[in-house]
Design a protein around this ligand. Structure first.
Ligand SMILES: Nc1ncnc2c1ncn2[C@@H]1O[C@H](COP(=O)(O)OP(=O)(O)O)[C@@H](O)[C@H]1O
Ligand SMILES: Cc1cn([C@H]2C[C@H](O)[C@@H](COP(=O)(O)O)O2)c(=O)[nH]c1=O
Ligand SMILES: [Zn+2]
Length: 189
């Protein structure tokens, strides 16, 4: 679907969805194809994401690719002077300046592939993701399987009582569920 060697370079792709929907697997797949095409690839993630590894982007199925953890989106600009493709995982954790960083990279001829959660555990849009989706040329929404009924899932349901928007975790503290199961679980009596 995406040309590894397009003639006019520079665009933004967003991969979004709930937890366990395959965002990281899809990001890794695209980045590995770019490497096979001899493109210069750099991968970044927010430094706070230490869930599976500090230095790698790792999927729930243990696919992994080396990455650089960064404190702020500005660091990405400093480290991408000579690259063809930039991959960014867990983009929901960055502040809004990630949008302008992605725009600058794309304007300078870089293929930018960004993955992140579109909604938090309450169902609200997460951080800079809506603005990234609006700015991108290509948006791919991937889906998990609802662990309660087998439907397609697009919600990440939190299993603990923590109410902070940011709380790292995996199957220990989140499950993927569909709209109907989410409404049943969260409706007020
Ligand atoms: N409910 C679920 N639906 C789909 N895949 C799941 C589910 N729970 C665990 N998985 C696993 O998660 C993998 C996707 O992981 P990953 O790419 O890290 O997702 P994401 O980055 O969207 O959280 C799937 O290939 C599958 O092995
Ligand atoms: C829903 C939700 C999730 N998080 C955290 C939990 C994980 O550490 C990441 C999402 O990782 P994934 O690759 O998409 O599985 O985000 C959070 O902090 N707040 C939330 O509301
Ligand atoms: Zn369901």
């Amino acid at each position: 679907m995406f040309l590894e060697n397009a003639s006019r370079k520079g665009w933004i792709e967003v991969i979004c969805g709930s937890m366990f929907s395959g965002k990281t697997e899809e990001l890794i797949r695209r980045l590995k194809r770019a490497k096979l095409a001899h493109q210069r690839v750099e991968i970044f993630k927010p430094r706070i994401d230490v869930r599976y590894s500090e230095e790698e982007v790792v999927s729930h199925d243990a696919n992994a690719i080396r990455s650089t953890p960064v404190e702020s989106p500005q660091n990405i600009l400093l480290m991408t002077s000579d690259v063809d493709v930039v991959g960014i995982d867990e983009a929901q954790f960055f502040d809004d300046s990630i949008v302008d960083v992605c725009r600058q990279l794309a304007n300078n001829g870089v293929r930018v592939i960004v993955a992140g959660l579109d909604m938090d555990y309450t169902g609200k849009p997460f951080g800079p993701m809506p603005a990234l989706m609006a700015t991108a040329e290509y948006v791919t929404k991937v889906h998990a399987i609802c662990v309660r009924c087998g439907n397609l899932a697009h919600h990440s349901h939190r299993l603990t009582s923590d109410e902070k928007q940011v709380m790292l975790g995996a199957q220990d503290s989140y499950e993927a569920i569909c709209r109907h199961c989410f409404n049943k679980l969260t409706e007020k009596p």
